[in-house]
Write a protein that binds this ligand. Structure first.
Ligand code: AMP
Length: 579
């Protein structure tokens, strides 16, 4: 692509952001009318007798706010093969799966264009703050998951897989701002070891050309660094000899690596020396010395990884470029080079129709009157509700956002948290309900000792890699009982908890090996009482006090750890099979 045309493309992208945010309210009105007109004949909208109305007032008065659970039966019909227009008048091209909870989400062909539009804004925005990104390559660890079919024959795959396997990604015209070190063959390999190995190998070989290092989420990049630490000897061997690890059996990877891999003993020695050091401080910048920034999302549940990324990168800028979900893509971060705590995303009013459920400081809904995009107030928190072209109407995404300001008339949001999430290490989301179910499953084992779990809390321990779940248990051994639960039984309890956690958790644990064994720390009797005393001494109401199922505060964790009487781990991995 000629230099001037790239410049023009970037200028157009920035101009587009200005235009679409200038009168957010009228763009929103248009989007809603478009969606309602397009989907007027769908079964879902007909249920609410809109009778062709496309205005906001009618829509809001007739169509209810819903959650995924409300839509599940209809989505299941689509998955089972019902091709009648249920949500959308357009054919459902595939169904995205939301990585966290494995939700099926109907997708229409035009969604791809809207998502790509948002993606196309990222580099023009970066280029404003970081020069010369066209003078080298990006080392991005990108992975796909094997596609599955729904019972009715639709393709089901994560939204990122849809993109990395799409024409738009694979056959993009050359753009000097989007040159990756990873060959397509490596990205397209569904075997995660072979894919990671070959992407890392290319990243090492091209180390001097690498200007940015990233993955979609922070956890993905940390996984890659851990992979390097575990596999550097073999990687160095391959580089030294110019031969490929025999574990790489994918023919297309073998073929493309044959062209890239040449014997380079000097580079191999360098890698060995850098990775064999105990100290991994600045490992990213030592190996990729020209890295200008780290491109990973570090907002929301990913914020826990910031200290580790800072340590590995020597404090390079951590850039969270955009906010998106399987249901709908929302918008970019217009000031990508800001500190992670200041990241705001500008929801682009053309991506869907957005409404906001007002919340108070402790996540209680303060009003059931939803606020429009252009009318949210700075400083306030809201739960995001979307209406999409694919036919989701007034759908609660489950994210809580805080308004930080406006760009023209479009509001900007800080990501506060995912509603109800208790534990999250990577893409999995384990909420209170999941945790409770897991505890109940494990408690069955305790019955043989006439014991039960009195109380529990948890945290995702990411201080060492791989991260793992830690659950604090207080046990009650009821009389008559011959003995306390044995250590062996408590180990089994760890596994029983893991068995009942969701498929994303078990896949990460079994197939990806990115989580360590779940740990139960049994604490002395009376510990949770002390915890409550502690909370009350700090102002909590006795009536309203609830044990937090997930702890993060230092003094509370210290208190808990000082009461631990035994520690247990899953003896093996839970069951997981690719669906
Ligand atoms: P999924 O549908 O599985 O792709 O997950 C989408 C969810 O990931 C969103 O609803 C958010 O909870 C989270 N997410 C996506 N982008 C961001 C971001 N930039 N910052 C924080 N959380 C994000």
């Amino acid at each position: 692509m000629a230099f001037h045309s790239v410049r023009e493309k970037h200028a157009k992208a920035l101009q587009f952001i200005e235009e679409v945010t200038r009168d957010a309210d009228s763009v929103q009105r248009k989007v809603l009318a478009e969606i309602l007109t397009q989907n007027a004949e769908t079964e879902y909208l007909k249920r609410f007798q809109l009778d062709g109305a496309t205005d906001r007032d009618t829509f809001k008065s007739k169509v209810p706010v819903v959650t995924y659970e409300d839509l599940r039966p209809d989505i299941q019909r689509i998955a089972n093969g019902d091709r009648s227009p249920i949500f959308s008048s357009r054919p459902i091209s595939d169904s995205g799966t939301s990585a966290g909870e494995r939700k099926l989400m109907p997708t229409i062909h035009e969604d791809t264009d809207r998502r790509n539009l948002l993606r196309s804004l990222v580099m023009p925005l970066m280029n404003q703050y970081m020069p010369d990104l066209d003078k080298g390559k990006a080392l991005y660890f990108l992975f796909i998951k094997a596609e599955t079919k729904t019972p009715g024959g639709l393709v089901a795959r994560p939204v990122s897989t849809s993109y990395y396997t799409s024409e738009q990604f694979l056959n993009k015209p050359f753009d000097p701002y989007s040159v990756y070190t990873s060959p397509k063959q490596a990205i397209l390999c569904t075997d995660s070891f072979q894919s990671m190995y070959s992407q890392m190998l290319c990243g090492l070989i091209m180390r001097h050309q690498v200007l940015r290092v990233g993955a979609i989420f922070a956890s993905g990049l940390l996984r890659a660094i851990r992979f390097l630490q575990h596999n550097y000897q073999q990687l160095a061997h391959d580089i030294s000899t110019g031969t490929l690890n025999p574990k790489i059996t994918d023919p297309s990877i073998k073929q493309c690596m044959a062209e890239i891999l040449k014997p380079d003993p000097e580079l191999a020695d360098f890698i060995t020396q850098q990775c064999s050091e105990q100290n991994s401080e600045r490992i990213i910048t030592r190996i990729w010395p020209n890295t200008k920034y780290i491109d990973v999302i570090v907002t929301g549940s990913m914020a826990q990884y910031i200290p580790t990324l800072d340590y590995y990168s020597g404090g390079l800028p951590l850039v969270s470029t955009m906010y998106a979900s399987s249901e709908c893509f929302f918008g970019p971060n217009l000031k990508p080079i800001c500190s992670p705590s200041d990241v705001s995303y500008t929801i682009l009013p053309n991506m869907g129709y957005f409404e906001f459920l007002p919340l108070d400081d402790v996540d209680n809904t303060v009003s059931t009157d939803l606020v429009d995009l252009a009318h949210v107030e700075v400083g306030k928190c809201y739960e995001l509700v979307v209406t999409t072209y694919a036919g989701l109407c007034r759908y609660r995404v489950g994210d809580i956002l805080r308004v930080t300001g406006f760009h023209n008339s479009a509001p900007q949001f800080g990501f506060v948290k995912r509603k109800n999430v208790v534990l999250s290490i990577d893409m999995e989301k384990t909420d209170e309900e999941d945790l409770q179910k897991a505890i109940e499953n494990a408690s069955i084992i305790l019955k043989e000792f006439n014991a039960s779990v009195v109380d529990y809390t948890s945290f995702a321990d990411v201080s060492s890699l791989p991260g793992h779940y830690v659950i604090y248990w207080e046990l009650l051994v009821k009389e008559p009982s011959n003995r306390r639960p044995t250590s062996e039984a408590l180990n089994r309890c760890c596994l029983a908890m893991e068995e009942s956690l969701n498929a994303t958790y078990r896949q990460a644990r079994v197939a990806d090996k990115s989580f360590g064994a779940l740990e139960i720390r049994v604490v002395k009797n009376g510990t949770f009482e002390e915890l409550m005393d502690f909370a009350i001494s700090r102002g909590a109401s006795i009536n309203q006090y609830k044990v937090s199922r997930c702890v993060s505060s230092d003094p509370i964790m210290k208190l808990l750890d000082s009461k631990v009487i035994s520690v247990h781990f899953s003896p093996t991995t839970p069951h997981w099979t690719a669906e």
